[in-house]
Design a binder for this molecule. Structure first.
Ligand code: HEM
Length: 136
C-alpha cells in the first residue's frame, strides 16, 4: 500500500535526470489541475455572473495569459508522454528503470513533448503576435 509520506520524501529519492523528470511531472500535473479548476469556475460565471464572465475572457486575452496558455499546452504534452512512460515501465518493463534506459527515456519524452507542442506553439504564438503586436 502506498504511504502518504512518499509524496514528500519522493523529493529526495531521485538523482539528476530522474529528479528533473519527477519535478516536471509534478509541476505540470499541478499546473494543469490548477488551470482546470480556475477554468471550471470562470466558465460557470457565464450562468452565475455574466458580467464577471466577460471580465474573465478579457483576462484570458491578456498577453501574460496567452503566453501562459502556450506553455500550458507543453505541460499537457510533457505530463501525458511522461505519464505513459511511467505506466509502461511500471506495468510491463520494470527492468527499464535501470539507469541508462531510464535516463535516455527522459530525454526522449522531452524531445517528443517539444515536437508535439511546436505546431500548437506556432499557431498560438502567431495569434499572440497578431493580437498584441500588430494591432489585428
Ligand atoms: C494525458 C493523460 C495523463 C496521463 C497519461 C497521466 C499520467 C500520470 C501518472 C502515471 C501519474 C503518476 C506519476 C508517478 O507515479 O510518479 C500522474 C500523476 C499526476 N497527474 Fe497525471 N496524467 C494525465 C493527465 C493529467 C491531468 C489532465 C491532470 C490535471 C488535471 C493530471 C494531474 C496529475 C497530478 C497532480 C499528479 C500527481 C503528481 C505527483 O504526485 O508528483 N494528470 N499522472
Amino acid at each position: 500500500m502506498s504511504d502518504p509520506k512518499t509524496t514528500f520524501t519522493g523529493y529526495a529519492r531521485y538523482r539528476a535526470t530522474g529528479q528533473l523528470a519527477f519535478l516536471l511531472h509534478r509541476i505540470t500535473g499541478l499546473g494543469i489541475l490548477l488551470f482546470l479548476l480556475i477554468h471550471i469556475v470562470d466558465t460557470s460565471f457565464v450562468y452565475f455572473a455574466p458580467e464577471l464572465y466577460d471580465h474573465a475572457i478579457q483576462i484570458y486575452r491578456s498577453l501574460p495569459f496567452m503566453i501562459g496558455e502556450i506553455f500550458l499546452v507543453w505541460a499537457v504534452f510533457y505530463h501525458g508522454f511522461n505519464g505513459l512512460r511511467i505506466i509502461i515501465f511500471d506495468l510491463w518493463k520494470p527492468e527499464w528503470w535501470e539507469k541508462d534506459i531510464a535516463v535516455k527515456s527522459v530525454y526522449w519524452v522531452l524531445v517528443l513533448s517539444i515536437l508535439a507542442w511546436l505546431p500548437a506553439a506556432f499557431i498560438m504564438g502567431k495569434a499572440v503576435i497578431e493580437n498584441h503586436f500588430l494591432g489585428g
